[in-house]
Design a protein around this ligand. Structure first.
Ligand code: M6R
Length: 605
């Protein structure tokens, strides 16, 4: 949510604007309400261009790409404090325009700070919280403190979770601070840059420095100094070569990242399974779950649906009942009851979701619950705070809707449940066979389902209201289908356990009302019963399941999944609902990579 990028070169670089715009395009998934670029020139002058809209539009209107500069700061905004207009767009100047700074995250005491800084004589030009960061530093710097000391003093005034980048006209350096929001440093030949996420750094350099919360960095084109924000003491840390590939930040031959990432799933699932087969952390993870008094699976949004799937796998394969919790609800619902012997499996693509990090921080503060992380972004807040973590190995996911990371989350849960079953002496899945077979099944589904999904999307794309019902193992996928359709098609779609539908929602059914049904062949008895409750009221029941003459006979229409073993039906169903949502979205003329109002990394409450 919001993206920042800052870079320092040794000399004036005529390509500065192009570098900033490219970084912005790479971070677009973090916010697209407004964008801005600020540059410092070698002669001490500055320029700041910013406005509402996506980066390509603002570039067209303000020629961002034509900017030159020796240092540059770029920000993409996902609006919270202040309307998404030009005044509130970032970066911001300080009062006398000697500094340019930008932030991501939230400064929660913004209204108090606005009053305070105005009363102290500052020129506050916007309603935006990012401007508070600039004045907070300016205030102490103008009193004659060294810049690094001004940063330390400012951090004491700013409440909330944020990261920022800021520089002044006097010295060829930038400062960047990490206080709860993600931040990385990239060290290249003749430049150093910082960014809220790796996609904007990786095609400049793969030498990355992971920054921890409570640290700030002063960097020039050739060196950097990490300091602790509490007392300024220097922390030594070298850069490391990132294993992530910059090619993942390009669409390649695909029209959208979402479609590209859906197609990457067989390969990414194979990568994950091979990684897990060789990983020592798997045993540690499984042991912790095995010994726990209670196990909570905690996450938000799509990752929460993966946890629901995890609960089915742990219950069915390993006979372990687990409690699935929405991250934002966890503290209120379970906080008081969590004990030291409980395990929280925290799941997140970004590893930065505030709702989840709140849970982790709460448990750490109270010294309860062991935190195990399942996370895609290495170096993220969740990874750093986890006692043990398992990476999703999905590589960069650029599209706002999560696809390949969801797939690997459910693959991860199936694998862990199979391992736990082995440990408990229960008959279950052979993980080596899973590794050999599952990627092939996902690939087969992709090949077979593309045309039927396109056809079904053609039929459904204009529908404004529908349900998606799942039974048994496919219930979480029905929930995920509904989220995806809401997210990228902008239609109302409710996901529900299919037996719940008769307890009220059934009254919505009229002639032709569309309802998607998801289930395995093993669950066909129940599925058929629930389908009939709809079809006998003239509703349209569209079944998505492995081939079954019985289901086909009872449903209004059917989209057949390939023949896959029972526990892998959710993976095949996932491919289908992702493709369906994608084609519906594109048919409506929506860009599914960047759905309106949404950011990929939600670092606010
Ligand atoms: O990064 P996380 O997995 O923690 O994100 C949680 C949700 O915001 C996320 O899964 C969201 O629902 C998806 N982008 C939807 O496709």
């Amino acid at each position: 949510m919001c993206g920042i990028f800052g870079i320092v070169y040794e000399k004036e670089n005529p390509a500065m604007g192009a570098v900033l715009v490219k970084a912005g395009q790479r971070l677009t998934y973090r916010g697209y309400d407004s964008v801005g670029c600020g540059v410092f020139h070698e002669d001490g002058s500055t320029e700041l261009r910013k406005d509402t809209g996506k980066i390509e539009d603002v570039d067209r209107r303000y020629s961002l790409s034509s900017l030159s500069g020796v240092r540059g700061v770029m920000q993409l905004r996902w609006a919270t404090f202040g309307l998404p207009d030009q005044r509130n767009a970032q970066p911001h100047y300080d009062c006398d325009k000697n500094m340019i700074g930008a932030h991501n995250g939230n400064i929660v005491n913004t209204s108090q700070l606005q009053e305070k800084y105005r009363a102290e004589g500052h020129t506050v030009r916007s309603d935006n919280d990012g401007e508070m960061v600039v004045h907070a530093i300016e205030k102490h710097y103008d009193k004659g403190l060294p810049f690094e000391q001004a940063v330390i003093e400012a951090a004491r005034e700013l409440e909330g979770d944020y990261a920022c980048v800021i520089g002044d006209i006097y010295t060829n350096r930038l400062f960047t601070v990490k206080m709860g929001s993600s931040l990385f440093l990239g060290v290249g030949e003749g430049f150093i840059c910082c960014s809220s996420d790796l996609p904007s750094i990786l095609d400049l350099t793969r030498q990355i420095v992971v920054i921890n919360d409570g640290e700030f960095i002063e960097f020039s084109a050739t060196s950097y100094t990490i300091r602790d924000i509490r007392d300024g003491h220097v922390i030594e840390r070298a850069s490391e070569l990132s294993p992530l590939s910059p090619e993942n930040a390009d669409k390649g031959e695909f029209p959208h990242f979402m479609l590209k990432e859906i197609h990457e799933q067989p390969k990414k699932a194979a990568d994950l399974l091979h990684f897990l087969e060789a990983s020592r952390e798997v045993d540690e993870f499984v042991n912790a779950i095995h010994k726990a008094r209670r196990v909570f699976l905690v996450a938000s949004g799509t990752s929460y649906h993966a946890c629901l799937q995890g609960a089915y796998y742990f219950g069915k394969l390993a006979q372990l009942p687990v409690c699935v919790a929405i991250a934002g609800q966890f503290i209120d619902l379970f906080g008081d009851t969590v004990g030291p012997d409980d395990v929280l499996v925290c799941v997140s693509q970004s590893g930065e979701t505030k709702d989840l990090i709140n849970v982790v921080n709460y448990c750490k503060r109270k010294q309860v619950g062991r935190i195990l992380g399942i996370v895609n972004v290495l170096g993220s807040s969740l990874m750093i705070r986890s006692e043990v973590h398992l990476p999703l190995v999905s590589d960069l996911e650029m599209s706002v809707p999560a696809t390949k990371t969801f797939m690997n989350q459910i693959v991860m849960f199936l694998y862990l449940a199979a391992k736990l079953a082995q440990k408990r002496g229960l008959p279950g899945l052979n993980t080596a066979a899973l590794t050999a077979d599952l990627p092939r099944y996902i690939k087969e589904t992709l090949t077979k389902a593309e045309t039927p999904c396109r056809d079904l999307a053609e039929q459904l794309h204009a529908v404004e209201d529908l349900y998606c019902l799942g039974y048994g193992l496919c219930h979480p996928i029905a929930m995920e289908a509904a989220l995806k359709i809401k997210e990228v098609v902008y239609s109302h779609c409710e996901g529900m356990y299919s037996s719940e539908f008769k307890h009220g929602p059934l009254s919505i059914v009229t002639e032709g009302y569309p309802i998607l049904f998801l289930g395995t062949r093993e669950d066909s008895g129940m599925l058929i019963s629930h389908i009939n409750e709809v079809t006998c009221r003239n509703g349209k029941a569209i079944a998505i399941s492995p081939a079954s003459p019985e289901i086909r006979k009872n449903a209004s229409q059917m989209l057949e999944l390939p023949e896959v073993p029972y526990y892998m039906v959710p993976m095949a169903a996932t491919v289908v609902i992702q493709l369906l949502a994608y084609f519906m979205s594109v048919r409506r003329g929506i860009d599914p990579d960047f759905p309106r109002n949404i950011s990929k990394t939600l670092t606010v409450d």
